[in-house]
Design a protein. Structure first.
Length: 323
């Protein structure tokens, strides 16, 4: 028997319910995991709301840490008792136990704690995609990171800072500004209603940043376009503030000559080779303390409260569920 959190119907956090189910044996090339910690991400909220479709009574969640308890037929490279992490499809991480394709599992060394990995794994892979694939960040790069005190924002800032980039972060409060600065942001713009485009213009002598990462959505993305230099990149990576206001292609160019990216970490992780290489880089960075974020733990039964807190901006850093 396993406990799972499923979505009764698309909607608010109250649609999450904890139930007990029987698990079938792992299929060929699958393993069963007893999960210790489950990462909570905004993509889980989008799944719950119906923006990213789940089947009826579907289980959200895209990452966890756990122990292999059963191996299905033809599984190689994994044994019962191995401690592993995973991220990506198939979704369904909000569970005490689950079956999963064996190729998704990445073995963990004893030097990596469950908490460190659960706080940073899928967010770290997202940062890897953004910093190395969407726009190759290097010394001298100037970048704008919205929600720089959040789980992903902190990791982006830390990794970019280590690469020699100059990070301008936005946050909603003075308390979160301290977190962003501790992560390596050189400049922090405080306040949800701040004119961040004007501040960025001042900080860059009117040039604009090379790349901007916007997970806020709503009307913010259009304002973010005004922060980027000609031939720079704006990466739209979420919509925590609501649906993105429609943007006409003429807002990108030719005068501005901007490139707008809408990258999906789920798509990035669907290629097994890309996924495992990114996971290796991320786990090494976690082990070196380059990637780390303070975590806030909730019981699996408190998944609705975790979603509500994340949506309301009451948290900083990473959230995870404990079965």
């Amino acid at each position: 028997m396993a406990e799972i959190v499923r979505v009764r119907a698309p909607g608010g956090a109250e649609q999450l319910e904890l139930v007990t189910v029987d698990l079938s044996p792992p299929a060929r090339n699958e393993v069963r995991l007893r999960q210790s910690l489950i990462g909570v991400n905004f993509i889980d909220i989008y799944q719950r709301m119906g923006l990213y479709g789940l089947p009826p009574a579907g289980v959200p969640g895209v990452e966890a840490v756990g122990i292999v308890t059963v191996c299905g037929e033809d599984v190689t490279g994994l044994e019962v008792g191995d401690r592993v992490a995973y991220a990506g499809a198939p979704v369904g991480a909000y569970a005490s136990e689950r079956n999963l394709p064996a190729w998704r599992c990445v073995k963990l060394t004893d030097a990596l704690s469950d908490e460190a990995v659960a706080a940073s794994f899928v967010k770290g892979i997202t940062a890897d995609m953004l910093l190395n694939y969407v726009f190759p960040v290097a010394g001298g790069t100037t970048m704008l990171v919205h929600s720089a005190a959040g789980g992903l924002g902190q990791l982006l800032t830390r990794w970019a800072n280590a690469l020699g980039a100059e990070v301008i972060g936005t946050v909603g409060s003075p308390e979160k500004a301290k977190i962003a600065r501790a992560a390596g942001a050189r400049h922090v713009i405080v306040g949800r209603d701040a004119d961040f485009a004007a501040v960025v213009a001042d900080l860059t002598a009117g040039r604009g940043v090379d790349v901007a990462y916007d997970g806020v959505g709503g009307a913010t993305l259009r304002k973010t376009l005004g922060c980027v230099r000609p031939f720079g990149v704006v990466a739209s990576i979420g919509q925590s503030a609501g649906p993105i206001v429609p943007i006409d292609v003429d807002e990108l160019g030719p005068r501005r000559s901007l490139m707008l990216a809408r990258p999906s970490v789920m798509a990035y992780m669907n290629d097994a080779g890309v996924y495992h290489r990114a996971a290796e880089r991320v786990l090494a960075a976690i082990g070196d303390r380059l990637l780390h974020s303070d975590g806030c733990a909730y019981a699996l039964s408190e998944s609705a409260r975790a979603h509500a807190d994340l949506e309301a901006g009451r948290t900083a850093g990473a959230l995870y569920l404990k079965p």
